[in-house]
Design a protein around this ligand. Structure first.
Ligand SMILES: [Fe+2]
Ligand SMILES: [Fe+2]
Length: 308
């Protein structure tokens, strides 16, 4: 039998809820392993595609935080099993597809961002049936997965579990250290994008063209977009998540990291560097207000004119 590399999740094992539901978590992981081809399960464990177990467990951790507060403040009852299953499986379609769970090539399976909420719900249904979950709970989990892409996007979350998972995923996208590191790494290749001689409309236009071509490099703008836009408390359903995001780090850190990258460039003179800093600050402000950028959160597959 092939050995799997150990993966580190940000989940705190001492959490009472985690302890209580350890059996379910283990079973779901086991059933994912049984359903998926080896390479895809490996990709999940090693987080090599960006939507691996690290991300799911980060979402689960925040979801449990929100759930705790949600219960206390709003006295609403919800099902922890649905939250756990929903968080673990909400992005599962990035490594699998409903029609054929056992893909033979990982490259075939990834890049299905536009419908990943729908596909993930279908795959989750199959996996949770294996796990022996009741039909009612599976349907609740599927609703939570379908509506996990954030407040304001269809279908909207209707249940407390769905609202909690959606808020947790949005929060993780806006604050995750992994997103931050990915943005900072990609910034190195993106200095040209902040070239002060290019006007803002031209820059937006160039992005639209790139998006239509579905160039992989534009993950940078997608990440930067959620990193900035998803700091708006109105993007969250629950009061707890609104409070959490208001206290989260601001975008200052990303600005100072960008400055360090530009500073280290020997080929740029001081004047150009200053202009680039200015352009970067401006684009961060602009992203907040320009509707043109909102389409980027649709994982780069939607046309800019469809955005709202
Ligand atoms: Fe997602
Ligand atoms: Fe996610």
């Amino acid at each position: 039998m092939q050995k799997y590399k150990q993966f580190n999740t940000p989940l705190d094992n001492s959490s009472r809820v985690i302890q209580m539901h350890k059996g379910l978590i283990k079973k779901i992981i086991e059933d994912i392993r049984n359903e998926l081809a080896f390479d895809h399960y490996k990709a999940l464990r090693e987080n090599s595609i960006g939507h691996g177990f690290f991300h799911s467990f980060e979402v689960l951790k925040i979801a449990l935080e929100i759930a705790k507060e949600f219960k206390r403040a709003e006295e609403v009852n919800f099902d922890y099993e649905v939250i756990i299953a929903g968080a673990i499986l909400h992005d599962i379609s990035y490594v699998a597809a409903e029609e054929n769970v056992r893909f033979t090539s990982i490259s075939k399976a990834i890049g299905q961002g536009e419908n990943h909420h729908i596909d993930s719900a279908k795959i989750a249904g199959k996996i949770l049936e294996q796990s022996g979950m009741s039909r009612e709970k599976i349907e609740k989990t599927q609703h939570a997965i379908k509506s996990h892409r954030g407040k304001g996007r269809e279908p909207e979350a209707q249940t407390p579990e769905a609202k909690i998972i959606s808020d947790a995923d949005t929060f993780v996208g806006a604050t995750s250290i992994k997103t931050h590191i990915a943005i900072v790494n990609q910034l190195k290749d993106k200095i040209a994008f902040f070239d002060p001689t290019v006007s803002t409309p031209e820059r937006i236009e160039s992005l639209k063209v790139k998006q239509k071509k579905k160039k992989k490099s534009d993950m940078f703008m997608i990440r930067l977009n959620s990193f900035i836009l998803d700091r708006d408390p109105d993007k969250y359903y629950t009061k707890c998540a609104q409070k959490l995001i208001s206290c989260a780090n601001s975008t200052d850190k990303i600005k100072s990291d960008f400055r360090k990258i530009v500073d280290s460039r020997k080929d740029l003179n001081e004047e150009t560097k200053k202009k680039i800093y200015f352009e970067f600050d401006k684009i961060i402000q602009e992203i907040k207000i320009l509707p043109e950028f909102r389409y980027l959160t649709d994982c780069g597959t939607k046309n800019a004119t469809d955005s709202a």
